[in-house]
Design a protein around this ligand. Structure first.
Ligand code: DC
Length: 228
């Protein structure tokens, strides 16, 4: 059976960076589900749709193709939009667009197809609870909101995107609230996730910890299948 490593957590928890490193080390396909929601948000903005145009956003979403390449770049209708989907404008509307149940249905379906028959590491908000609730590899990566905002601020600087730390903290708190209170696919902590608080950990430490857990779960799975 193919291996699905599911990682959920709030914005700026380090999911993206950490998941990419683990994908490389363990030869897994990396799938950033946030990028799929961002691609739809970008398409909606380009078509001058507002958050009130729910039906039009759903219709538009049905016509789009969203793909990743082996380097993790995101393509919207074959166009590389990897940078544009990180803009302040997209970030400002994506959480609300991801609250539309029909959009979630379309994207959950796409995400499952992307993982079909492949060994993947997938990160998002509802991977452990909705997209792949039956996988044994479930992680919740967390960090204090001020630390997460600081990380996002540095990330923006590195990408040449101008931003203000206080504004990021406020926007992040709002997005956290929205992400945790969606009617479907909200970010949740559950008993069967392995919870990791990365506030005072280095990237390397988090990577090592998750890989150790993955190896342990994998060993137990092999043992279980041998004794079955
Ligand atoms: O991880 P990110 O910041 O790129 O995610 C962008 C938005 O998409 C975020 O506000 C929450 C939403 N999202 C979601 O609802 N479900 C997912 N599986 C991934 C992201």
């Amino acid at each position: 059976m193919n291996k699905i490593i599911a990682i959920d957590g709030p914005a700026g928890s380090g999911k993206g960076t950490i998941t990419k490193i683990i994908a490389e080390k363990l030869h897994l396909i990396y799938i950033d589900t946030g990028a799929t929601y961002r691609a739809i948000a970008l398409a909606a903005l380009r078509n001058n749709l507002t958050l009130n145009d729910t039906d039009k956003i759903i219709e538009l979403a049905k016509t789009l193709t969203i793909e990743f390449d082996e380097n993790g770049k995101t393509y919207l209708n074959k166009e590389d939009v990897s940078n544009e989907i990180r803009s302040v404008e997209v970030t400002g509307v994506v959480s609300q667009i991801s609250s539309i149940p029909e959009i979630r249905e379309i994207l959950v379906d796409l995400q499952r197809k992307m993982a079909h028959d492949k060994d993947v590491i997938m990160e998002g908000r509802d991977i452990t609870t909705v997209v792949f609730p039956d996988t044994k590899y479930k992680f919740y990566l967390d960090a204090d909101v001020n630390e997460r905002a600081r990380r996002r601020y540095i990330q923006n600087q590195e990408m040449g995107i101008e931003s203000n730390l206080e504004e990021i903290i406020e926007a992040m708190k709002k997005r956290d609230y929205n992400d945790m209170h969606k009617p479907i696919g909200s970010l949740k902590r559950t008993e069967d996730q392995i919870y990791i608080d990365s506030t005072n950990m280095t990237i390397d430490e988090v990577v090592k910890k998750i890989i150790t857990y993955i190896e342990e779960i994998s060993k137990n799975e092999t043992h279980e299948s041998l004794t079955r």
